[in-house]
Design a protein around this ligand. Structure first.
Ligand code: CP
Length: 329
């Protein structure tokens, strides 16, 4: 059974193939390529871009999407093996997932990280349960470990802007927030930009490390594509001469003395015009959205000509069109 629940399901060669095909289909869109197909979309968490872009892909491709919001008109789902189900989770994924497979041709799942234990989140229990129990292909709409469609849309935006991703210096910088956020987006940018052969520089304050298993995987992907992955706690150093400034908030690697307030402890890391000026003169600014204006990123950056955040969001549609077509075959 073919799934797309993590970037490893594609690998570096697959990343280059998806980017090439997505660019080709932007010029010459396919017609009714998903006719007769039904996508079941299971949301454990809210969304704007992901929900709208997946539904748009199905509608424009001649197919149909069914949206199920877990806990909102749909039974709360249990995923723990051996759980005594005497609380509010009324149905186990062991039944729910194969039942859905009797109705739909593809399943899409969104389930966020717990943000309480990075090792548990890295194991990605809910997404793995869906992949294990499904009788139809499963695609990730973000999970505890990765947001692979977002990573592909990010790198597609870079590829369209600069033509070549191999050897391109790109910077992923931590940004402050009002609450600890999951690491799925920074993980996926690291993995996908590495697989595309970029020279990825990651900057974050001490204590906000990404998961070591994801970092190792990104380094392997980068090695295979001629890229590299480096880390620093000096944001200025990471931004110097970079062609891409990608800002993202994420939570600490482990609970520290500052607790959840740690994410507010470094306000000078907010991306303002000063930071953008350190990057190359033709640098672009990316963020997966939603973004907290003047907390993570200043208005002057989001409203500048360097910002490509709307194109980046559009590219979610283009990579997902490719991926759903591939999974539906
Ligand atoms: N970037 C992204 O996944 O946006 P949503 O959470 O709105 O879907």
């Amino acid at each position: 059974m073919r799934h797309f629940t993590c970037l490893a399901d594609l690998g570096p060669d697959g990343v280059h193939a998806v980017l090439d095909q997505a660019i080709a289909w932007k010029r010459c869109p396919p017609e009714a390529h998903l006719a007769g197909k039904i996508l079941g979309m299971v949301f454990f968490n809210p969304s704007l871009r992901t929900r709208a872009s997946f539904e748009a892909v199905m509608a424009r491709g001649g197919g149909h999407a069914i949206v199920l919001e877990v806990g909102g008109g749909v039974w709360k789902l249990e995923d723990r093996i051996g759980a005594v189900m005497d609380q509010d989770r009324a149905e186990h994924v062991r039944e729910a997932v194969p039942v859905l497979g009797r109705y739909v041709d593809l399943l899409a799942v969104r389930t966020f990280a717990s943000c309480t234990n990075d090792d548990d989140d890295e194991r990605d229990p809910v997404m793995r349960a869906f992949a294990d129990y499904s009788t139809v292909p499963v695609i990730s709409m973000e999970s505890a470990r990765e947001h692979p469609c977002q990573g592909l849309a990010d790198v597609l935006t870079i590829a369209e802007t600069f033509g070549e991703t191999r050897g391109l210096p790109v910077t992923l910088t931590w940004a402050p927030h009002v609450k600890p956020l999951p690491k799925a987006v920074p993980h996926s940018f690291l993995l996908t930009a590495g697989a595309a052969g970029c020279r990825v520089r990651v900057a974050h304050p001490p204590g906000f490390e990404l998961h070591p298993a994801v970092v190792s995987e990104a380094r392997e992907f980068a090695r295979a594509s001629g890229g590299e992955v480096t880390f620093t706690s000096d944001q200025d150093e990471a931004l110097e001469g970079s062609r891409v400034v990608y800002a993202k908030a994420w939570g600490p690697a482990a609970p520290g003395p500052l607790g959840p307030e740690a994410v507010r402890a470094f306000p000078s890391w907010r991306i303002e015009a000063r930071q953008l000026a350190r990057a190359a003169s033709d640098a672009i600014f990316l963020h997966c959205l939603p973004v907290r204006r003047n907390v993570e990123v200043g208005d002057a950056v989001l409203d500048s000509p360097a910002s490509r955040v709307i194109d980046e969001a559009e590219n979610r549609f283009h990579v997902q069109r490719m991926l759903l077509d591939w999974l539906a075959r």
